[in-house]
Design a protein around this ligand. Structure first.
Ligand code: RP5
Length: 212
């Protein structure tokens, strides 16, 4: 049988069988249960997401072709692998992840049975998985792993932080990622300093009305 899911599964196994140098394979794998999770997981939603953290703040690029790496040194890739609708694809992704060269996976799902992060973590073990509950009601099902089955998770919707956490894992081996993380934090610090001075020096009413 050949269908789009089977094709993807075959592709993942083919890629796992290749012997690509680490510099050419994606460093981070991002999976989500549905493309309806895209804004929360990646970009364009109520708050900034993993795509914004990786691309705008840390200089990563999205790798869309496993056999053709982008110029950027650090990369991520993105797939939909639903735990309930495509358990075979979720399994194939998780079990090939390490061989395909991934260092860490970010997995997000919504609903009350947000099983993708924890199932991906169980199958991809010992690769670290960072879970993102896409909705508040998904938090318990993402973080509720039994003893001995580890999963690191962020708060509901905080895929931006999941990207920073993934970068922290990569930074243990790559000074360049560490430098980018430090620079990002210094920017945050400067931002607080700037806003604090403006608030104080202009006074509350003028500060509040500054962008009106
Ligand atoms: C979950 O069900 C997905 O992660 C998504 O958050 C939710 C709803 O999915 P759709 O019905 O929008 O595809 O598995």
């Amino acid at each position: 049988m050949s269908d789009s899911v089977t094709d993807l599964i075959d592709r993942l196994h083919d890629e796992a069988a290749q012997d690509r140098p680490a510099e050419e394979t994606p460093d981070v794998g991002i999976v989500m249960g549905s493309d309806s999770d895209l804004e929360t997981m990646m970009t364009g939603g109520e708050r900034r997401g993993a795509y914004d953290a990786f691309v705008d703040e840390l200089g990563f690029a999205e790798q869309t072709d496993y056999e053709r790496a982008p110029d950027a040194q650090f990369t991520f890739e993105t797939y939909v692998t639903s735990a309930h609708r495509t358990p075979d694809l979720m399994t194939a992704y998780a079990e090939t992840a390490e061989e395909r060269g991934l260092e860490v996976i970010i997995a997000g799902a919504g609903g009350k049975s947000a099983d993708l992060p924890n199932m991906t973590a169980s199958i991809a073990y010992p690769l670290p998985v960072i879970g993102v509950p896409v909705q508040e009601k998904s938090v318990d099902s993402v973080i509720g792993m039994p003893t001995g089955a580890p999963l690191v998770a962020v708060d509901a919707g905080k895929s931006f932080n999941a990207a920073l956490s993934a970068a922290q894992i990569l930074a243990r081996q790559h000074d360049e990622v560490r430098d980018r993380l430090v620079a990002y934090h210094e920017d945050l610090r400067d931002g607080v300093g700037d806003v604090s001075r403006k608030l104080h020096d202009s006074g509350t009413p003028a500060f509040r009305d500054r962008d009106r």
